[in-house]
Design a protein around this ligand. Structure first.
Ligand SMILES: [Zn+2]
Length: 99
């Protein structure tokens, strides 16, 4: 078993919610078929510019999107994706620039 760094429930206490499920979001298979935790970020929570690894374009503040990280990664490597890019991650394996 790979060891994770001790993480004394910092995320849980911050949101004051239940462990797993609500806090960690849903689990989906990612672009590399690993298990990813996926959470939806509503527009009013999106306050920074992120770069989407699906299309290599920026996600503007205020745009609802998703954040995903490898289940085994412990949340240290979160990626913010456009919702559509995440949904299409299986069929668009190669990063394309549409515009
Ligand atoms: Zn994108």
């Amino acid at each position: 078993m790979p060891r994770r760094k001790p993480r004394p429930r910092d995320r849980n206490s911050r949101s004051g919610s239940t462990p797993l499920g609500d806090v960690f979001g849903r689990t989906e298979s990612g672009p590399d078929d690993e298990s990813y935790i996926v959470r939806t970020v509503p527009g009013n929570r999106a306050v920074k510019i992120y770069r989407c690894p699906g299309c290599d374009h920026e996600i503007a503040p205020g745009v609802a999107h998703i954040v995903a990280w490898a289940f085994d990664g412990g949340g240290d490597d979160r990626r913010h994706w456009h919702s559509g890019c995440w949904n299409g991650r299986k069929t668009r394996r190669i990063t394309r620039r549409w515009s």
